[in-house]
Design a protein around this ligand. Structure first.
Ligand code: UDP
Ligand code: MN
Length: 439
């Protein structure tokens, strides 16, 4: 039954899924089911699903706590159910209380102790691993759905996008409601994209900032892995922005691949280093990139390529789904909530991760100029958006929808743990050493 509910809830639209969950809970509460099972299942599933449907990630945590508290209460209070005494008067309450009471009478002290130990273990687990547990169970929360009919293709002027096999992945959302593809492993033929871009003589610029200690800690691994996996079929130029050019590591580059180092000033605050990237990139597109490359991708340096990050990622404007939020409810996205800020948002489509964004040079110029203007407006008011440049990027993609979205395969964090829907890792977050790196 549990498996049935899990599978069901991943495949269908939210209202159906919600109905299925309520039905399953009713089954659990039927008189034929053992009262102790009913109790646990009822408390857990109803609270878990109602919580997630109503959009509060934290409510899962609360449900766990409540489940443990209720169980302890039942044991400690001689079988008088917490739910029965304080909450809904369910038909089978008395039967349940009787069952627990008789169990307690018969139970040896050892059994009661084991029970307490188990409850304590659950409490400790929830307290220490609460966030991991939430992330683990988040996979049960279905993503939005591609609004096309089954087996329908995208209607795009771009041949490659309209050839995508969106329905090879029914476990995830493969297109947005405005008809942009979301790139998941299995939906595209890498060869098609490579052939197309080789024929078009596409040239790609990759920008990365390595300022202060970020250079010695991350840059070498980033570049070495990019040489192995980043658009290996195409000409790529790395533009490295740093305050200490002499320390840029020497990395052996393949044919058609180049590296240029550009000196920039360090900033007192790490937030400013991160935000000023927008202005630097916009200016650099204007002065240089537009003459040499059709596409540009902007990366954080604290990550490592571990699998193909190929030409399928190229598009007019490209955003990345944040690994921590791609299965969260829109209310849980950490948009900027300060109405004074230029990045202020009430709602949105997705939560995009600023560690990667890209597009044609025109597209990225628009993105970076918009974000920089927003940042400057905020600075005039002496305020700062919650997640700095990322908040402004989210605002941009809300007002100007990206033409392509990358799945979290393109920037995964192993902290989240195993997920069935992440079939390949293309880029992984490197370990963060904020305490020693951030100034
Ligand atoms: N950065 C840098 N030096 C710094 C702070 C930031 O070079 O002192 C650059 C670097 O490319 C980094 C990016 O700005 O990847 C964003 O900062 P960070 O990765 O610390 O932000 P997070 O990904 O943790 O939000
Ligand atoms: Mn980063």
């Amino acid at each position: 039954m549990y498996i049935y509910v899990c599978v069901f809830s991943r495949l269908y639209i939210p209202s159906v899924r919600f109905g299925a969950n309520v039905l399953s809970s009713v089954f659990f509460c039927s008189e034929k089911t053992r009262p102790d099972l009913q109790y646990v299942a009822y408390t857990f599933w109803i609270h878990y699903y109602v919580g997630l449907e109503s959009g509060t990630e934290g409510s899962f945590f609360l449900s766990c706590v409540k489940l443990v508290l209720s169980c302890s209460y039942v044991i400690v209070n001689d079988g008088a159910s917490f739910e029965c005494s304080t909450h809904v008067k369910m038909r089978d309450c008395s039967a349940r209380s009787k069952f627990v009471r008789s169990w307690l009478k018969q139970a040896s002290r050892a059994k009661v102790k084991i029970c307490f130990a188990l409850c304590a273990a659950v409490v400790i687990f929830v307290i220490f691993f609460g966030h991991c547990a939430i992330r683990f169970f988040q996979e049960l929360y279905a993503m939005g759905k591609c609004p096309l009919n089954y087996n329908e293709k995208l209607k795009s002027q771009n041949e490659l996008d309209s050839s995508l096999d969106l329905w090879s992945r029914v476990d995830v959302q493969t297109c947005t409601k405005w008809g942009a593809p979301i790139m998941w492993e299995g939906t595209f033929d890498p060869g098609d994209f490579d052939r197309h871009h080789i024929q078009k003589r596409t040239s790609v610029a990759l920008t990365v900032f390595a300022i202060g200690r970020y250079l010695e800690v991350y840059l070498k691994e980033f570049l070495k892995s990019a040489e192995q996996y980043f658009m290996v079929e195409l000409p790529v130029t790395y533009y490295i922005f740093t305050d200490i050019p002499e320390f840029v590591p020497k990395v052996k580059l393949m044919k058609q691949r180049h590296m240029k180092v550009i000196q920039v000033k360090n900033q007192k605050r790490w937030q400013d280093i991160s935000m000023l990237r927008m202005k630097t990139i916009a200016d650099f597109i204007e002065s240089h990139i537009q003459h040499w490359h059709q596409y540009i991708f902007c990366f954080d340096v604290d990550q490592v390529f571990v699998g193909r990050f190929g030409s399928e990622a190229l598009g007019e404007t490209v955003g990345l789904l944040h690994a921590f939020y791609y299965r969260s409810h829109v209310k849980d996205y950490t948009y900027d909530r300060n109405p004074e800020s230029a990045a202020y948002m009430v709602t949105g489509d997705f939560y995009y991760h600023a560690a990667i964004f890209g597009g044609t040079w025109q597209g990225v110029k628009n993105i970076t100029e918009f974000c920089h203007q927003g940042i400057m407006k905020d600075k005039e008011k002496n305020i700062e958006a919650l997640w700095h440049d990322e908040s402004h990027l989210n605002k941009y993609f809300w007002l100007h929808k990206p033409s392509k979205v990358l799945s979290p395969e393109y920037c995964w964090s192993t902290i989240i743990g195993f997920r069935f829907d992440i079939r390949v890792h293309r880029l992984l977050w490197a370990t963060k050493f904020y305490d020693i790196l951030r100034t």
